[in-house]
Ligand binder design. Structure first.
Ligand code: CP3
Length: 341
């Protein structure tokens, strides 16, 4: 059985399985080599051959326990007819949404088909004992990019929109629920073993907004997935959501919880069901810094986490991380020591 599946089923592995968010990315020279053959990041995500290749790179380089499908959470707005581009040094840019756009989406979910082809290609090549993780963004996180038109520090415009346009925000989230559920169901049918919902902007929401913007839409997605007969585990990642994690775990329907860096691992166990798997939560900055700082932080995670655990970061690998340090973390976990630099 895949180690990750065993842990997600509620069992503790003596040596925690490991993968890292953004493990396929710019810190890897072999990624940059493939990436540089396509100008547009979106075209790159929609090239099954290339996307499959980079999905598998962290397996070859690090022997991770899971590969995460190479794609992006911002492909879903494209299926709603929105324009998404990625500018070097800026990040994603979308044409900002108005209330009237929401009733006029030009929906075309066929644009997502290349992603399912990537899944098929990867699953064929990936060892059966390694897991393939599919994903989507949480509807609220995707909505923030659609409303703001770009990444912003505090999502004020999107939150204001949510308070002031009750009907429009519900409609927008419902569209995102429908497309995201279909997207995840089709990834599962194409062969992914696990799903993860990235709610990167779950922070700074009042409990009222958290329930309305995060929990309710997540619950709807998971219900659709289960109603479609798809039973694979679903990991929820409500980043930096504070104590709202309690309600999220209780009512969203997720199988396991991915926790961000600020979460004390010894305390979170007491807030969630006894055998629920916890994924996380090494500080990506410690991974960048390396040396003794990194070693201590990895050890602290191993000492503090109780019960079923998947080792991961609290957020993604950054481009300046040293390959040696990722290898050291993996050796530390699997063999008890690593050569940190
Ligand atoms: O290795 C993996 O994790 C798999 C692929 C993956 C990417 N993005 C590839 C990517 C996954 C799972 C994501 C999720 C994603 N995308 C999230 C949720 C997780 C998080 O980081 O909070 C979000 C918010 C996005 C949106 C997004 N995509 C932004 C804001 C950016 C620009 C920021 C940056 O790092 O440049 C991206 C681009 C992106 N997605 C890159 C990669 C490897 C870098 C672009 C490139 O290679 O040219």
């Amino acid at each position: 059985m895949q180690k990750i599946i065993n842990v997600l089923s509620g069992n503790k592995e003596d040596i925690a399985p490991i993968w890292m968010m953004r493990q396929a990315g710019r810190h890897l020279p072999e990624y940059l080599e493939v990436r540089n053959t396509t100008n547009s990041f979106i075209d790159f995500c929609f090239s099954p051959e290339k996307a499959a290749k980079v999905t598998l790179q962290p397996i070859h380089r690090y022997d991770m326990d899971a590969a995460i499908l190479f794609a992006d959470i911002l492909l879903v707005p494209i299926a709603l007819g929105r324009t998404v581009t990625f500018e070097k040094g800026i990040g994603p840019l979308l044409n900002p949404l108005s209330t009237k756009d929401i009733s006029n989406f030009q929906i075309n979910t066929d644009v997502l088909k290349p992603v399912y082809e990537t899944v098929c290609k990867v699953r064929k090549e990936l060892d059966r004992n390694k897991s393939l993780i599919g994903f989507c963004g949480g509807p609220w996180t995707v909505a923030t990019y659609m409303l703001e038109g770009k990444g912003t520090p505090n999502k004020e415009l999107a939150k204001k929109f949510a308070y002031e346009n009750e009907e429009a925000i519900n409609d927008l989230l419902d569209y995102l629920v429908a497309i995201s559920a279909e997207y995840l169901i089709k990834q599962a049918e194409a062969g992914v073993d696990v799903l993860q919902i990235f709610e990167s902007w779950a922070s700074d929401l009042s409990p009222y907004l958290f329930n309305k913007l995060v929990i309710v839409p997540t619950k709807k997605i998971i219900k659709r997935i289960r109603d479609a007969g798809v039973n694979i585990p679903i990991i929820g990642f409500p980043k930096n959501c504070g104590l709202s994690i309690n309600e999220y775990v209780k009512s969203s329907g997720i199988t396991a919880i991915a926790v961000s860096t600020e979460t004390p691992l010894d305390q979170i166990r007491g807030l969630i069901p006894k055998n629920m798997a916890i994924q996380g939560n090494l500080d990506p900055l410690a991974l960048r810094i390396g040396g003794n700082t990194l070693k201590k932080q990895v050890q602290e995670i191993l000492d503090k986490v109780k019960g079923p655990h998947i080792f991961n970061l609290g957020h993604g690998v950054t481009p300046d991380v040293k390959i040696e340090n990722i290898k050291a973390v993996i050796n530390h976990i699997r063999k008890g020591e690593g050569n940190y630099v």
